[in-house]
Ligand binder design. Structure first.
Ligand SMILES: C[S@@+](CC[C@H](N)C(=O)[O-])C[C@H]1O[C@@H](n2cnc3c(N)ncnc32)[C@H](O)[C@@H]1O
Length: 353
């Protein structure tokens, strides 16, 4: 019943990638454990007795395929649907802290989606019971650890704890973004999410300022360019395909019909973003050359993953990018909610303003 290790959510179908990533990074952190993953479950358990080691040495921000990071404390199977609260309170006795919030959820998978109603109604019942037992603060307190109850079946759930400084603040780690009617493409959501999730709030203010310059490689029909113009950046959009007229009408955009793998800016730019559909190694190499040559200080780019060995390819591309850039960079990579068979990378020169 008691369990120890990590519970991390991922995009359905990417459990093997997350399991491989956790196994490798936990080993590097000096923790011995094993991953429990089933394809299409939408989550992975990394069972490990050295929970403290994982808590300290495996930060969520360093994980590519995890939508959030939860510390696993118990697994309850075969619970009586007439009283799920008592076994939960019993399991929590071994973890006497007070929680600042409660999330009752289910993995983002086809199999678990029908549990949404149960999660909602059970949350409404558990919240007052936890408050009565003195285990949950009277109003939400984002500074305290958060309790997660994760239903995988009606009678099978996990209890886990999120450190608010080392986990997504969002239920299931999913940002709910709305595609605005004038967005030229759904891809716009990827860049919007990347800016929101991969940059710290302080970085968003400091690194994205009106009047800054950017290149958008593989820009058509203009979703990413449009997102940048909404931040009042001046954008050179490189693509042989057409851009939507209202994007050009912002007066902030120059459209160049050129090859994004050969074009380079006449002057150094603040930003480069890239969503070209190409082999990830080729993209990673080109992105590295932008930093090496000093053509940009910050970048967000997408790496399309192959069908097989996706974790190996991810690691290889990120290593290749870091090495070939020959710069001291902060790099954060994540498979965003709006990413499909791809990941998104944010890179910035350390100390750049
Ligand atoms: C996924 S779409 C980009 C969508 C865009 N980010 C948006 O939000 O609307 C990929 C684009 O990359 C462009 N592309 C692929 N290879 C390219 C290259 N070598 N040079 C320039 N553009 C390229 C394609 O023409 C295509 O428009």
């Amino acid at each position: 019943m008691n369990a120890s290790g990590l519970l991390a959510y991922c995009r359905q179908g990417f459990e093997p990638e997350l399991a491989a990533e956790l196994t490798e990074k936990a080993a590097l952190a000096g923790a011995a454990g094993y991953a429990r993953a089933q394809r299409n479950d939408g989550y992975v358990i990394y069972a490990c007795e050295e929970a403290d080691n994982l808590r300290r040495n495996l930060p969520w921000q360093d994980l590519v395929f995890a939508r959030t990071k939860l510390m696993l404390i118990a697994e309850l199977r075969g619970i009586d649907p007439k009283d799920r609260i008592t076994p939960i309170l019993q399991a929590l006795e071994a973890h006497p802290q007070r929680f600042g919030d409660l999330f009752v959820e289910h993995p983002d998978s086809d199999a678990a989606k029908p549990l949404a109603g149960l999660a909602r109604s059970f949350g409404n019942a558990l919240r007052p019971a936890l408050r009565k037992a003195g285990r949950l603060s009277a109003s939400d307190d984002a500074r305290l650890p958060r309790l997660h109850v994760v239903f995988v079946q009606g009678d099978h759930l996990f209890l886990a704890i999120a450190d608010p400084h080392d986990a997504s603040p969002l239920p299931l780690g999913i940002p709910r973004l709305k595609l605005l009617p004038d967005a030229p493409s759904r891809s716009a959501l990827k860049l919007e999410e990347a800016i929101r999730v991969l940059l710290e709030p302080e970085e968003r203010e400091r690194l994205l300022k009106p009047g800054m310059t950017a290149a958008d490689l593989g820009a058509a029909p203009g979703g990413w360019t449009w997102v940048l113009t909404r931040e009042h950046l001046r954008v050179t959009s490189v693509d042989n395909g057409p851009l939507r007229q209202h994007v050009l009408d912002t007066g902030l955009v120059e459209h160049l019909r050129a090859d994004g793998f050969h074009w380079k800016p006449a002057q150094p730019l603040d930003w480069m973003v890239c969503d070209m559909v190409e082999q990830p190694r080729r993209v990673a190499e080109r992105m590295a050359s932008w930093f090496r040559e000093g053509w940009c200080r910050h970048a967000i780019f997408n790496l399309k993953l192959p069908m097989k060995k996706r974790w190996d390819e991810t690691r290889l591309c990120l290593d290749l990018f870091a090495e070939q850039s020959q710069r001291d960079l902060i790099v954060r990579a994540r498979q965003l909610y709006h990413d499909r068979e791809e990941i998104t990378v944010f890179a910035t020169l350390r100390g750049a303003r």
